[in-house]
Design a protein around this ligand. Structure first.
Ligand SMILES: [Zn+2]
Ligand SMILES: [Zn+2]
Length: 238
């Protein structure tokens, strides 16, 4: 059995790695996406948790469930909360959970600034988003220099989570990662400048090639039209 003494040997870095993986899996579970516990366990032991056994990693995941349960937060069904979590381990897990910043109300505020929008969306992407965001029916142009539209960071986060790392244009995995996330750009199928909404029903997550194709190619109209057949959540806007 994994005694508390041995448990306390886990370093902060090890605990953080387990918590990061756990929250990613929770996100996927809550989003109705597939997740493979055995695979994630192996991945962890191929990296930061190389010194740990499969059973030890499994037990640690159950510890995380216990702490989340105590914090009144959702936990992964497949990891039944373990009964005896040492106080030291519980504290380390709580610290690791708190390090993953919780969004503030500001993170949900629309912005026209691309860098701010991306920062907010990136933060929201790490959260469990239970409901599709309403978004903005008629995005306004900001009065600041640059003349960009005010957009909802949650729409960007939601659409990317739906795409789950796969381009909704060509069906290929994102070509690279940025900030540990698959790089996909969110494109408004009916352009904002043409009166399109900033809603999940008018936005797709695309690889840079497909995104360019939408804006610049000879076949941009035909290419754009096929999104309505391929991506279920899209609704044509007049
Ligand atoms: Zn693509
Ligand atoms: Zn675009």
């Amino acid at each position: 059995m994994d005694t508390d003494k041995r448990s306390s040997d886990w370093s902060d870095v090890e605990i953080q790695a387990a918590v990061d993986t756990y929250l990613d899996m929770l996100n996927r579970e809550q989003g109705g996406q597939r997740m493979n516990k055995a695979h994630e366990n192996r991945q962890l032991r191929a990296g930061v948790l190389a010194a740990r056994t499969e059973g030890s990693v499994e037990f640690r995941m159950q510890n995380i469930s216990t702490v989340l349960l105590e914090m009144n937060r959702p936990w992964i069904n497949g990891y039944k909360p373990a009964k005896n979590v040492g106080a030291n381990v519980a504290r380390k897990i709580r610290d690791a959970l708190n390090l993953i910043a919780m969004p503030t109300s500001e993170d949900f505020e629309p912005t026209a600034d691309e860098i701010t929008l991306e920062k907010r969306a990136g933060k929201l992407e790490k959260q469990v988003l239970a409901q599709p965001p309403k978004g903005i029916l008629k995005p306004q142009l900001s009065s600041a220099a640059g003349k960009a539209f005010l957009r909802d960071p949650e729409v960007r986060a939601w659409v990317r989570k739906q795409a789950n790392g796969v381009c909704e244009g060509c069906g290929q995995p994102a070509p690279f990662e940025m900030n540990d996330r698959p790089f996909l750009e969110v494109h408004h199928v009916k352009h904002l400048a043409d009166g399109g909404s900033d809603r999940p029903s008018n936005a797709v997550a695309l690889c840079p090639n497909c995104h360019r194709r939408c804006h610049h190619s000879n076949d941009k109209q035909a290419f754009t039209a096929c999104f309505y057949e391929r991506v279920e959540r899209l609704v044509r806007e007049d």
